[in-house]
Design a protein around this ligand. Structure first.
Ligand code: BTN
Length: 255
């Protein structure tokens, strides 16, 4: 049985987010889907929803998100949110999570947590508007303990490879205050103040990559709105995170 430090999280976060509550659910289809249902019913209070097990976890670009109960952290944070500009939000979230968990965690644009060229975690951000008020749902999945590759070409990374004592509960407690502070700052200032910090963790910088929409080239880092700058044969392109996924060339592939 996982120990969830719900009270400590609440003590640290509620001064930053008045009305904040924490809920731990033994099982749900998807914490993001649950927030969407709640938003449609008019509930937009700041809430952290942790699932011990998801039966229909969702990833970016309509992909499923697989996680094993007990070996992973799956949660969503929903809160009222009205930034002037949403661009770069997923990068800001990834940065907050990476910086709070370990100095060696990298970020693969737009928002995958990476370690040693393997995926450690992912982020799915969705927005809902209810009665004219906008809410953001930040869904995060992190592999805590190693699990088999299950048909993936590379086995995923796990947090205990970098932080041997990590549990889902301790990881959540460590990342929540920084995540919330980052969201509060982002609402006022956007991504630009985080650009340099992102660059320190950018695992794609200077690499040859190809994108799901058929482009290939060398990455030049991210711009002030979080767009990925790509040097292609046809000149520089700026990629925006909603549309594409990016993959580095494998060592035996040729650009
Ligand atoms: C991705 O890398 O494609 C994003 C994965 C996001 C997974 C998390 S787990 C908690 C929350 N609920 C979901 O159904 N998805 C997100």
């Amino acid at each position: 049985m996982e120990h969830w430090p719900a009270e400590s999280i609440w003590e640290q976060v509620s001064p930053l987010l008045p009305g904040f509550t924490v809920e731990v659910l033994p099982e749900i289809d998807s914490t993001n889907t649950e927030f969407m249902r709640r938003a449609r019913a008019g509930h937009t209070e700041p809430t952290l929803l942790v699932a011990e097990r998801q039966t229909a976890g969702r990833g970016r670009l309509g992909r499923p998100w697989q996680s094993a109960a007990g070996d992973s952290l799956t949660f969503s944070l929903g809160l009222p949110f009205s930034p002037k500009d949403w661009s770069g939000l997923s990068l800001a979230v990834g940065l907050a999570v990476a910086e709070s968990l370990h100095p060696d965690i990298g970020l693969k644009w737009p928002n995958d947590l990476w370690w040693q060229d393997r995926k450690l975690g992912g982020i799915l951000i969705e927005a809902a508007t209810t009665g004219g008020r906008s809410q953001v749902v930040i869904g995060i999945g992190i592999n805590i303990r190693p699990r088999p590759a299950e048909g993936l070409s590379t086995p995923p990374a796990a947090l205990t490879e970098l932080w041997p004592d990590a549990t889902a509960g301790t990881a959540l407690l460590r990342l929540m205050p920084m995540l919330v502070r980052t969201l509060i700052d982002f609402e006022q200032q956007g991504f630009a103040p985080l650009q340099v910090r992102y660059a320190h963790r950018d695992v794609l910088r200077g690499r040859e990559v190809h994108t799901s929409d058929g482009l290939s080239g060398r990455t030049l880092g991210v711009g002030p709105t979080g767009a990925l700058r790509l040097q292609t044969n046809q000149g520089e392109r700026a990629l925006h995170s909603n549309e594409v996924s990016v993959r580095p060339f494998e060592p035996n592939e040729h650009p």
